[in-house]
Design a protein around this ligand. Structure first.
Ligand code: DC
Length: 230
């Protein structure tokens, strides 16, 4: 490496497996994972608590809520704490999920999240997952990956994880509809960098996609490494 910290950017649409893949890659490489979506979710949880009526949200209040959030390094993943406490269930809950796209569209919220993520990456080698990591947050990331998968398969995987059983076709159809709607709501933010490697995971296992990203990272590091002797 040439003096800068390792950053692996993993972007892609909802339920493309970004966070779990990023966490797994971080474990394999012995580095940290930052889930940028979790910061948007933490801002949303605070906003909801301060003002349950989403139509009344404004960027200044949402940003003020950011003062209650801290991003701390956990064992492998950075954890957003609200008033010093961790609450993953609240961040993944339906209220936050319904409101988070509105907050992710606020430019000031985006700048706040980006600043938190950049601070984390200053001190640690990181895998960061999100929507605009390779384009806006770290345009010079060591490696950029854009994960995609067929919506039906994304919905099936998400339900399988949530229900811990094989979902029925009508359940998958319903979840696919929700996902497609979320894709549309997040479309502007979800951008594939020109130099990102597109990885379609519809037909490969998560273990395979992790192995590919780890191999791509090692190759990128070899390319950017300074020669040992010269
Ligand atoms: O990945 P997720 O479902 O936890 O993301 C939550 C929301 O935040 C979703 O609406 C997309 C948005 N997001 C974003 O706009 N930019 C990012 N870098 C990460 C997430």
């Amino acid at each position: 490496m040439t003096g800068r910290t390792l950053v692996i950017a993993i972007d892609g649409p909802a339920a493309s497996g970004k966070s779990s893949t990023a966490q797994w890659v971080a474990g394999q490489l012995g580095i940290h994972h930052v889930d940028s979506g979790a910061l948007y979710r933490a801002l949303t949880a605070v906003a909801l608590e301060q003002q349950p009526d989403m139509t009344q949200w404004n960027a200044a209040d949402v940003l003020a809520g950011g003062a209650r959030i801290t991003l701390v390094p956990g064992d492998r993943t950075f954890i957003p704490l609200i008033d010093g406490a961790r609450d993953d269930e609240r961040l993944r809950g339906s209220g936050v999920t319904a409101g988070v796209s509105a907050i992710a569209r606020m430019q000031q919220a985006r700048e706040w999240v980006n600043a938190q993520v950049r601070v984390a990456a200053r001190e640690h080698a990181v895998v960061v997952d999100g929507r605009d990591i390779g384009t806006v947050v770290f345009p010079d990331a060591t490696l950029k990956v854009f994960l995609v998968a067929d919506p039906w398969e994304r919905a099936r995987r998400r339900l399988q994880q949530r229900l811990a059983r094989s979902p029925a076709d009508d359940e998958i159809a319903e979840e696919t509809e929700l996902l497609v709607r979320r894709d549309a709501a997040d479309q502007t933010q979800t951008v594939q960098a020109r130099d990102a490697i597109l990885l379609d995971t519809t037909y490969i296992t998560q273990a395979d996609q992790v192995a590919r990203i780890v191999a791509l990272t090692r190759a990128a590091l070899e390319r950017t490494a300074e020669p040992l002797e010269h």
